[in-house]
Design a protein around this ligand. Structure first.
Ligand code: FE2
Length: 364
């Protein structure tokens, strides 16, 4: 495998920020349903007049949910157009100015020029570039910052017993028909990701609909970013349903890595999180399809977890229903036992389950 050059010197995924209609309630959802601990807050009480924002953390996964406090400005426009959704996939970098200059030299569009942000706890550098749709990548260097998150945020801890989530495994984007290769090439040229896997419409199709996907990977940031586009089929692709309701490209799903998927899904189900259902027939042929696994198949079946095996090992995964009223962003919970894949053997069962939901929504 070709070594990634990592020209922007990405160090890690810093956080994912969601713009939402009601940040207080979104924070409550991620805290109570997904087991994130609330760690920091910015809003009127901390001197911000423009937004309310909550920082949630579980393992190495950091989510930020933010809402504007007025109807003017980019944040409000984002929510008006897209509904609740992921706006910013933020990376920590060694040197914001150099990373930003390089990205722009490679054709990235500016979102925020490099600037210094500070408060009593110290200073950071921040800039941002535009990715697909209205999604941006913030570039952050923390230098000697000592606060709970970024300047302007104050400590606001609400503990959680958690759900065994350890990190973000991958973040999937949906783009328009014909744009997948453009964005794969963009991630390669601008952010130094390399092409890790490609799925065509023969891999990902059902009787009715299809999609294509290129998985881009950056080892330094330990992040994979698959990019999907709809493929023509007899009925509407789930990717097209997303594009129609998000009103453009955006983040389709975020996969959260766990080392105990049975424990995680048990907690999430108890907390009221809804998952896609696969038919019983999926479990009847499962043992012959994947062979021996460490986990109890009865538990796997009871919780509706999917299993797939490849040359390197196996993985366990499950997908939530969309977490907002528009059929847009959803979550995947994934546990890896050797496999670095994406559950290709589950695509058909999974997409048929999605299509049943699409049909119920009148969108197939
Ligand atoms: Fe996924």
């Amino acid at each position: 495998m070709k070594m990634t050059e990592n020209p922007l010197k990405l160090k890690r995924l810093h956080h994912v920020e969601f713009l939402v209609g009601n940040a207080k309630q979104a924070a409550f959802f991620y805290h109570k349903a997904f087991g994130f601990r609330v760690e920091a807050y910015a809003g009127l009480e901390t001197g911000r007049r423009d937004l309310s924002s909550y920082v949630l953390k579980q393992g190495n996964a950091t989510f930020v949910v933010s809402t504007p406090l007025s109807s003017s400005g980019d944040m409000s426009e984002h929510i008006r157009r897209h509904g609740d959704g992921a706006r910013d996939i933020a990376f920590e970098v060694e040197d914001v100015d150099r990373a930003f200059a390089y990205a722009v030299s490679q054709g990235a569009q500016e979102a925020v020029r490099p600037r210094t942000l500070s408060d009593a706890m110290g200073t950071i550098r921040h800039a941002a570039i535009r990715s697909y749709g209205d999604t941006i990548h913030s570039l952050i260097s923390r230098e000697s910052y000592n606060g709970p998150f970024l300047p302007g945020y104050e400590v606001a801890v609400r503990e959680s017993t958690g759900a065994c989530i350890v990190s973000v495994d991958h973040i999937v984007g949906n783009v328009e028909l014909g744009k997948m290769n453009y964005w794969a090439e963009w991630y390669s040229r601008v952010l130094g990701f390399h092409r890790y896997l490609t799925f065509d419409d023969r891999d990902i199709s059902t009787e009715y609909s299809a999609l294509m996907s290129i998985v881009m990977s950056n080892e330094a940031a330990a992040l994979k970013m698959p990019i999907n586009e709809p493929a023509p089929g007899r009925k509407k692709s789930q990717i097209q349903e997303y594009l129609d309701f998000y009103q453009g490209p955006g983040v389709q799903h975020i996969a959260l890595l766990t080392e105990d998927i049975i424990g995680t899904v048990e907690v999430l189900r108890t907390n009221g999180v809804s998952f896609l259902k696969v038919p019983d027939s999926y479990y009847e042929i499962l043992p012959q399809r994947v062979g021996a696994i460490k986990e109890d198949l009865k538990e796997i079946r009871r919780l509706g977890i999917l299993v797939d095996r490849d040359q390197e090992g196996y993985l366990l995964q499950i997908f939530t229903e969309p977490v907002e009223d528009r059929p847009t962003l959803f979550y995947e919970i994934i546990q890896r036992a050797g496999s670095r894949g994406f559950g290709k053997g589950n695509f058909r069962a999974l997409f048929e389950a999605i299509e049943r939901e699409q049909a119920r929504r009148g969108n197939l």
